[in-house]
Design a protein around this ligand. Structure first.
Ligand code: SF4
Length: 705
């Protein structure tokens, strides 16, 4: 998969890194953390004459153990792309052209408009979307800017549209929304349950680790509508109908209880609650009904349930195929309850482990960049929490509940939100029902977009702020196993671009209310850690080590926590959740007979703002619609031919490819390329608890062009 390991391993130096060959060997190396996916691989960035020339994976990192993927090793070259934003841009209306401006001018314009809006419309007319791609320090300060300076809880981040349902689901069952175990546990477990994720593409270093564990004899069950690379090498592939996760995991629980394969009575009485209502609910999900709903044969369900329950240690990893549903939170509750039922949590090689799509999904949520919580999920409804932050920040903090960002966008047409500050996310490309998102952005009185490139959302902005990339910044990211790792500045940012957290700091000063008190972001980390019981023992200095620390670490002596919930759950007892199965909001109809599932591809990352500006675009230059050859034949659609993809929202033209890994009746595509416009077809339907969009179940029609 072109990960570059062959260059490292070649014994006769016949293979060379092409970038290094072009620019020469680095003068120096700076240790940092990959800014693509949530695996959090460590790299030594090789620098020569102020330019990045190589990314060498760190052998002693417990996360990647010297391994890398093609993105981490080669795609970071985007930092030198000619399209980088280098100067602040401003215009009075979105019909006008941008002009260049100084930092002082843009800070002045923002603070004067915001003060007007706060005075005339109230603080809730403002909102912020911070970034799961930027640092913990940025996310903390972004939330602090809104709560301490503006006076609103309208704080959200782009994890809203990926793993918010994981947080809700795992919080309900365990009392904490974070991955319970460590990636190292893949090397220890007896069985891996892989649900709704394709780590070979989305989290390649973890994907390789899973393949390695399989070779040592680890058993594996894959639950996915698509026959993924891991499904092909699994013991059992549960090829479920999209949108039936709750039915699947309750069906497996039914069989486990029927066969008396659940954990001991002692476990149930000492560690869990709500078992009886759970039993009542799963009793209804007979293998026959489960099979009818999921389309998985009864004998396959029986085999999977017994295999999962009979091993000593079963570990679960899951992705957005679990969360991006109208019942995503309930799906995660059902999966987590299955682990609780079999005692597969709180031990090495067990647990529920969400694979985070973006590098700092875990951290952006941990930092309280959410409307309902402060750092590490301290409730914004709790007067004691509010009092603690108000005292530390020396301000009054807001009491009115904040809006999620989909709710913020909806409120624009009702005269609610007037100004949005968007940092490192590109919702005009990545969000569902894209044309509606663009309409909301176009109707704001002041849209501020802070990014490293002129992204799709910047087209609707009044002010664009040039940001530094991860290689030009200091700070921390938290990976999917709760490991808080350093990034370190290796090169200078281009032109006048500044680090994200510095821009927020300076904007607060322009508003007359400083929120960060030095030029050193370690002070920001130490401030937030002191306000957060699970981080109190984690000073910035302790993060220097390549091992870093996995939270919780409540004291300076605490070594960190590779396995959570060992003696008790974060909420005390593990709570069996018993949601009732409901059909997805989106269902196939005569007009829209196919179910479209969207996902990602190895060579690109999310909006692909970065990877489209790297050499990886040569491997994948567009989004394709994958269709089962049987469906294609029925519709007269040739392989590699153009098709119309339509929904009630929009109709787009794209290239279709035959792929018999796709389930009959389903379609699969990525959404990395804005010019294709896949998200204009997707509906606004979302998870009832969290507003996480239903990207994985979309009723569509397809026809040959
Ligand atoms: Fe970066 Fe993820 Fe690849 Fe590791 S697996 S190198 S974190 S993109």
């Amino acid at each position: 998969m072109s990960c570059g390991a062959c260059v490292n391993e070649c014994p006769v130096a016949a293979l060379e890194d092409t970038v290094e060959r072009k620019h020469g060997k680095p003068d120096s190396y700076v240790r940092t953390t990959c800014a693509f996916c949530g695996v959090g691989c460590q790299f030594d960035a090789g620098v020569k004459g102020g330019k990045l020339v190589s990314m060498i994976p760190v052998a002693e990192s417990p996360v990647n153990q010297g391994h890398s993927c093609v993105k981490g090793r080669f795609a970071s070259a985007y930092v030198h792309h000619k399209d980088r934003l280098t100067v602040p841009l401003v215009r009075d209306s979105i019909e006008e052209e941008f002009r260049e401006a100084s930092w002082d001018e843009v800070y002045g314009l923002i603070s004067s408009k915001w003060k007007d809006l706060i005075g005339s419309q109230g603080p809730d007319s403002l909102g912020i979307i911070t970034s799961s791609r930027s640092t913990n320090e940025l996310n903390y300060l972004g939330a602090k800017l809104m709560r301490a300076v503006v006076g609103t809880n309208n704080v959200d981040n782009c994890a809203r549209v990926c793993h918010s349902a994981t947080v809700k689901g795992m919080m309900t069952v365990f009392g904490a929304g974070a991955g319970t175990n460590s990636l190292n546990d893949i090397d220890e477990t007896d069985l891996l349950l892989v649900s709704g994720c394709n780590p070979i593409h989305g989290h390649p270093v973890t994907g390789s680790r899973i393949v390695r564990a399989r070779k040592r004899g680890m058993r594996m069950i894959v639950a996915d509508p698509k026959r993924t690379e891991l499904a092909k090498i699994a013991d059992i592939h549960l090829q479920l109908r999209p949108g039936t996760n709750v039915a699947l995991y309750q069906g497996l629980a039914h069989i486990i209880l029927r066969e008396n394969l659940q954990a001991s009575d002692e476990w149930m009485s000492s560690r869990t609650e709500n078992l009886e209502p759970f039993k009542e609910m799963v009793k209804l999900m007979t293998p026959e009904l489960c099979s009818e709903l999921t389309t998985i044969p009864i004998e396959t369900l029986e085999s999977a349930a017994k295999l999962y329950a009979e091993v000593d240690a079963a570990m679960s990893v899951h992705g957005l195929g679990m969360t991006e549903h109208s019942h995503g939170s309930e799906g995660v509750m059902a999966l987590s309850s299955l682990a609780l039922l079999t005692g597969n949590v709180g031990r090495l090689g067990t647990g529920i482990n969400p694979l985070r799509g973006q590098n700092n999904v875990q951290g952006s949520c941990d930092m309280g960049a959410l409307p309902n919580v402060y750092t590490n999920y301290q409730s914004a409804d709790d007067p004691q929490v509010r009092q603690k932050f108000a005292k530390a920040w020396n301000v009054e903090v807001p009491t009115k509940p904040g809006m999620t960002y989909p709710a913020m966008l909806e409120s624009v047409s009702e005269g609610g939100l007037k100004s949005l500050y968007m940092i490192g996310s590109d919702i005009a490309h990545t969000d569902p029902n894209n044309l509606q998102v663009i309409e909301a952005l176009s109707n704001l009185e002041l849209l501020i977009v802070q990014d490293i490139f002129f992204c799709e959302s910047a087209k609707y902005a009044h002010i664009v702020l040039p940001a530094a990339s991860f290689l030009e910044s200091d700070g921390t990211y938290t990976n999917g196993e709760r490991r808080i790792q350093r990034i370190r500045k290796a090169i200078d940012a281009p032109g006048q671009a500044k680090q994200d957290w510095i821009i927020v700091k300076e904007l607060a000063e322009a508003l007359g209310h400083p929120i960060a008190f030095s030029e050193d972001c370690s002070d920001v980390w130490d401030e937030l850690a002191a306000l957060t019981p699970n981080f109190v023992g984690i000073s910035y200095d302790r993060l220097e080590d390549v091992e870093a620390i996995q939270w919780p670490a409540p004291t300076a002596e605490h070594p960190g926590t590779p396995v959570m919930h060992q003696d008790q759950f974060s909420r005390g007892l593990g709570h069996f959740a018993a949601p009732e199965f409901s059909e997805p909001n989106e269902t196939a109809s005569d007009d829209y007979p196919f179910i479209l599932v969207t996902g990602r591809n190895l060579y690109h990352y999310n909006a692909a703002t970065q990877t489209r500006r790297s050499g990886l675009v040569e491997f994948r230059e567009s989004d394709y619609l994958e269709i089962n050859p049987e469906d294609a034949e029925n519709l007269g659609i040739q392989d590699n031919s153009e098709v119309w993809l339509s929904s009630p929202r929009n109709k787009i033209k794209m290239l279709a490819k035959h792929n018999d890994d796709v389930r009959i009746g389903n379609l699969f595509t990525t959404f990395h390329f804005p010019e294709v416009g896949v998200n204009t077809v997707i509906s606004s339907s979302s998870d009832g608890y969290t507003r996480c969009p239903e990207y994985k179940v979309q009723a569509v029609a397809i026809s040959a062009v």
